[in-house]
Design a protein around this ligand. Structure first.
Ligand code: THU
Length: 141
């Protein structure tokens, strides 16, 4: 029986969790001291990671999710099936609004999982995080 496109195996999810956790170790976050790592699963099965990169000009800080999505797209991906976000916190952190909008461009139905140093996870979808999203289709109207 064929699997739905977004039926992602548990072992792939755990690999994404480990990759997101490792990516947080590369965060450049001297101002917030809030290190975030993200791992993106592309439609072709590649995993691309990113971390938040801050700047002394504080408005230029870039979130881990957007770093990872931009890296995946720069490597040729155009569809994203899953994003895992790791924060070194006791509870999981959902993606910010800007990152939700960027994920929507390439994964409007993507699974989005937030993990942390505690046992809790948020396991949801981009549709649920950004209902009624503005997307590429709106420019055709
Ligand atoms: N941050 C992320 O990397 N992802 C989010 O979804 C929320 C916030 C980063 C941005 C900034 O470097 C630090 O966390 C504090 O906001």
């Amino acid at each position: 029986m064929s699997r739905p496109a977004l039926d992602i195996s548990e072992s792939t999810i755990e690999t994404l969790v480990e990759r997101a956790r490792a990516a947080a170790g590369h965060a450049y976050a001297p101002y917030s001291e809030f290190s975030v790592g993200a791992a993106v699963l592309t439609e072709s099965g590649d995993i691309v990671t990113g971390a938040n990169v801050e700047n002394a000009s504080l408005g230029l800080c870039n979130c881990a999710e957007r770093t990872a999505v931009f890296a995946a797209v720069s490597a040729g991906a155009r569809k994203i099936n899953c994003v895992v976000i790791h924060t070194p916190t006791p509870t999981p952190t959902p993606p910010c609004g800007a990152c939700r909008q960027v994920i929507n461009e390439f994964g409007p139905h993507a699974r989005v999982i937030s993990v942390c140093d505690g046992a809790d996870r948020i396991d949801t979808t981009l549709d649920a995080l950004l209902p009624g999203a503005f997307g590429p289709g709106n420019l055709d109207d």
